[in-house]
Design a protein. Structure first.
Length: 195
């Protein structure tokens, strides 16, 4: 019996006890108002070999993804919502790596609806509806003649006043910006003549 126990002990101590390497990165891509993709870099394991990746969301195991897949598509989310993600690797022997950094990811906001509230002299005051998940709003403009839209200002509240030159028509639209700095689709375009 003693010999059997010794053999079992030797097997256990010489098995795979080395964790895989940490996934090299974790990033977000393919953002829409209802979905996005979580991506990470590959891990390696020199002993028993890689088995899977464990994706955590807001501190809780969310999905286990079989090796060698390096992405997961998150779907069915509300617009303008955010979650925290991190990932670790797991080998065939059950050893797990350390986690990647935890990264906030989320859907883009829906587009606001832009209105011109008032024109007074050379000042145009715009308003738009507040959008869920928006950290700020980017207002774009250009003269109505052919040209390129440029951002005239970033605003944290849904009202802003732009000083223009008299005698011109201007086109405006606004985009909602989420916590990661990603813009929504553009709002409706509003044309305003300043006389």
């Amino acid at each position: 019996m003693g010999a059997i126990q010794q053999v079992l002990f030797m097997y256990k101590t010489t098995g795979d006890v080395t964790a895989p390497t940490v996934p090299s990165s974790i990033t977000e891509s393919h953002r829409t108002t209802t979905s996005y993709r979580v991506n990470w870099g590959a891990s390696t394991d020199a002993d028993s070999g890689m088995a899977s990746y464990e994706l955590f969301r807001d501190g809780t195991l969310y999905q286990t993804i079989a090796f060698p897949t390096l992405l997961f598509n998150v779907t069915g989310e509300a617009a303008g919502t955010n979650k925290l993600y991190k990932v670790r690797a797991k080998d065939v022997a059950g050893n797990v790596s350390a986690f990647t950094a935890e990264v906030q990811m989320g859907t883009v906001c829906i587009a606001p609806t832009l209105e011109v509230d008032e024109v007074s002299g050379d000042e145009i005051t715009h308003t738009w509806n507040s959008v869920t998940g928006a950290a700020s709003y980017n207002l774009y403009w250009k003269p109505s003649s052919p040209g390129i839209y440029t951002m005239v200002m970033n605003a944290t509240s849904p009202i802003t006043t732009v000083v223009t030159s008299l005698g011109y028509t201007y086109d405006f639209y606004v985009e909602a910006v989420n916590a990661q700095g990603f813009e929504s689709a553009g709002s409706n375009i509003v044309s305003t003549f300043v006389d």
